[in-house]
Design a protein around this ligand. Structure first.
Ligand code: PXG
Length: 298
């Protein structure tokens, strides 16, 4: 598997900004943009595998739904934005990499009122992606339970991928303070929601379990694809609320996400999962996902 892509090789050269491709040094945004002042906006992170933009339609749909949830009108249509992403990837000649698609509330004043911002600001970056080292996929990753609680459903909707990621960043800081790369975040009722940038799945007695969207996870596009691939392998997948105990005593544990793809978890809060190595279902789904993403199957 190709993993690390050198930064020099894939340095983003052209950025799509409000309708135009511009050089990176000319891609400038004012300090009065509410995305910067208040984290007021939405975004997507999308992979490019073997020259194809992975699940672009699903990412575009989620972006518009996130925008709707925060009453942000994206000034161009879904098909125009799809075209902008394709154009940016092509202009930068990237066949394996990453797209960051961002829509901010736009230029406003030093006040919260979002309706003063007349036009959303849209930009697309196509670049390489900072990946976990390959060793982590082979040996599996250790995680902790975060004390930071997932956004309450009556606060920023947890299903909206907003630019306001501080809650998840606080959980990530807890992880890094404990010398592990990721943390599991629980919701206000104590059920598992997700990790700071990935969805949580476990295996118990041959059945895969993952928290339902109501538990406060971002509905992951990687998670959806992996569930589909698992069902094609005749594996049973059940969405249900999971507790910390369920994670402690499961047979296998893995995370899915655009950045991490499928990664095995081998320890949580000092409890070893299974035999301390990524389990067979995790490895099977990781391979299936790789093949599917690179178009080597179906
Ligand atoms: N939960 C959260 C909070 C996320 O941010 C996921 C789950 C997984 O969703 P997808 O659709 O990607 O399977 C995410 C996605 C990064 C990075 O740079 C993080 C994400 C996506 C892309 C890049 O850490 N998170």
């Amino acid at each position: 598997m190709t993993r690390a892509i050198s930064k020099e090789k894939f340095m983003a050269q052209k950025i799509w900004l409000d309708g135009k491709l511009v050089d990176q040094q000319d891609a400038k945004i004012t300090v009065f943009d509410h995305g910067l002042l208040y984290g007021d906006g939405v975004f997507e992170g999308i992979r490019i595998y073997s020259g194809r933009i992975f699940e672009l339609e699903a990412h575009i749909k989620r972006l518009y739904e996130s925008a709707k949830a925060i009453r942000l009108t994206i000034s161009i249509s879904q098909s125009e934005l799809t075209g902008a992403v394709e154009e940016t990837v092509k202009a930068n000649g990237i066949s394996d990499g990453y797209v960051r698609l961002v829509v901010t509330r736009g230029v406003g004043t030093l006040g919260l009122n979002p309706f003063i911002c007349k036009n959303s600001c849209i930009f697309v970056i196509a670049d390489s992606i900072q990946l976990y080292p390959e060793e982590l996929y082979e040996k599996g990753m250790r995680v902790i339970s975060a004390t930071t609680v997932r956004n309450h459903p009556l606060a920023i909707p947890p299903q909206a991928k907003s630019l306001n990621y501080l809650n998840n960043i606080l959980a990530k800081i807890e992880a890094l303070d404990n010398d592990v790369p990721e943390a599991v975040i629980y919701n206000h009722e104590g059920y598992v929601a997700e990790a700071s940038g990935d969805n949580v799945l476990i295996v118990k007695d041959g059945v895969i379990y993952t928290p339902p969207a109501e538990a406060g996870a971002l509905p992951g596009i990687t998670q959806r694809v992996v569930i589909k691939l698992a069902r094609e392998e005749s594996l049973q997948v059940i969405e249900k609320n999971l507790t910390r105990f369920d994670l402690y005593v499961c047979d296998e544990f893995f995370l899915t996400g655009t950045a991490a793809e499928v990664i095995g978890i081998v320890e949580i809060d000092g409890r070893v999962i299974g035999d301390g190595k990524p389990g067979p279902i995790t490895s099977l789904l990781r391979n299936k996902f790789f093949q599917y993403a690179h178009g080597k199957e179906k």
